[in-house]
Ligand binder design. Structure first.
Ligand code: AMP
Length: 380
């Protein structure tokens, strides 16, 4: 059915992969990237009797502490990538800025999930927004901007406040500048200009939510309960589950996540960040961003659900059936950001808390050092 947004865009590669046999316990999953997401993926894989081989350019990457095999090399080191591929049965990644050539080389040798074509869309905010628009999914107003003159033109038609974002390599508010009034325009352009940018209308949202969806190789998709997120200085500070949203918005958020995962013919875990906007006609949803990987707002699932986002991702890339996760109750997840986590804090001894520290060598402002999950109320 041409034009049907729910129709998967399947390449021959992904069609073949769908029929590829699942891997067996004891097999090796390669993970590109060595941060905390890779670490928690490897820990989930170990619990499932699978081994992980982490490929990272950083010798002190925290995922290396929990895996039996490692490659510390640049993502452009072809010989190292070939050796890595030959050691793995299937390969995945924990961050979305994997260079296209790295992904292509690995995909030519071993099954790589999710399909590298997804990266092309999600690495560039403009391509991502166009993709969402083509699926009929609402976003904040946006316009590409390449020169200072274009920026001023777009501000004339979009109005202020607005946010200038670099099209590529932005995360946790990096590569973003809020433009409140005309005085902010020149400093924002000075800071970010010179690179292709996107101007986005500022959304006065009621709350931010995310949906973590897992999709298996057989195309079956399951999402976790919708999560409400609070950010501070653009960095996720806290997640609450279930999100405090009406039932029809909850259902709509899930439908949007399924639609995106199906359109990508996705295999693995995907996160969709959304704004809940309230106006005179009621509430509506705008998608802010797609993360083609496990996501910080899904960390609550480790202690707050019967199967975590990390287990779901490993199951999906291994070709195993997905779990139908059951939430243990009302859950709160708080990030430990910047400073050395205070392990003597009384808060950690409160009933229902679980502490996760990522083993990072140095604390820096804004750096995610760990998180605490609290089961606030047990499900009955
Ligand atoms: P991002 O890097 O796009 O995920 O943005 C990080 C955070 O900045 C989001 O979670 C929001 O809190 C805020 N933000 C991003 N874009 C917008 C927008 N268009 N309007 C209002 N707030 C935004």
């Amino acid at each position: 059915m041409p034009g049907d947004p729910n129709r998967p865009i399947q390449s021959n590669i992904s069609r073949n992969k769908l029929h590829m046999r699942h891997i067996k316990p004891g097999a090796t999953i390669g993970i590109l990237g060595g941060g905390q997401l890779g670490r928690m993926l490897a820990m989930a894989a170990a619990r499932l009797g699978l081994q992980c081989h982490v490929f990272t350019p950083e010798p002190d990457a925290c995922a290396l502490q929990v895996v039996p095999r490692r490659t510390v090399a640049s993502f452009s080191d072809k010989a190292a990538l070939r050796r890595f591929a030959s050691d793995c049965d299937v390969i995945t990644y924990e961050f979305e800025n994997v260079p296209a050539e790295t992904a292509a080389l690995l995909a030519s040798r071993k099954p790589l999930f999710p399909d590298p074509r997804v990266l092309k869309t999600t690495q560039d905010r403009l391509i991502e927004k166009n993709f969402l628009q083509a699926l009929g999914i609402a976003t904040a107003p946006f316009a590409p901007v390449e020169t200072a003159a274009e920026l001023n033109q777009e501000i004339d038609s979009m109005g202020l406040p607005a946010i200038l974002k670099t099209r590529r390599f932005g995360y946790d508010g990096k590569g973003q500048a809020l433009i409140r009034n005309r005085k902010d325009v020149a400093p924002a352009w000075q800071r970010l200009g010179g690179r292709p940018c996107l101007l986005e209308g500022f959304v006065k949202f009621e709350r931010e939510i995310s949906v973590i969806v897992a999709r298996g190789r057989d195309g079956k998709a399951i999402c976790f309960d919708v999560t409400e997120n609070k950010h501070r200085h653009h960095i996720l500070q806290m997640s609450l589950v279930p999100a405090r949203i009406p039932q029809q918005i909850d259902a709509k958020a899930r439908r949007i996540a399924f639609r995106i995962a199906n359109a990508f013919d996705y295999v693995g875990v995907l996160a969709v960040e959304m704004f809940v906007v309230r106006n005179a006609r009621g509430r509506t949803l705008l998608v802010n961003e797609i993360a083609p990987r496990v996501h910080n707002s899904g960390h609550w699932t480790i202690d707050g659900a019967s199967a975590s986002q990390f287990e779901q991702h490993i199951r999906a890339v291994a070709g195993w059936p997905l779990s139908k996760p059951i939430r243990h109750g009302t859950i709160r997840m708080e990030n430990l950001i910047g400073l050395e986590p205070d392990t003597s804090s009384k808060r950690l001894a409160a009933p229902g808390t679980a502490l996760h520290l990522y083993g990072k060598v140095a604390a820096r402002p804004g750096r995610k050092m760990g998180h605490v999950t609290t089961i606030v109320r047990v499900a009955r």
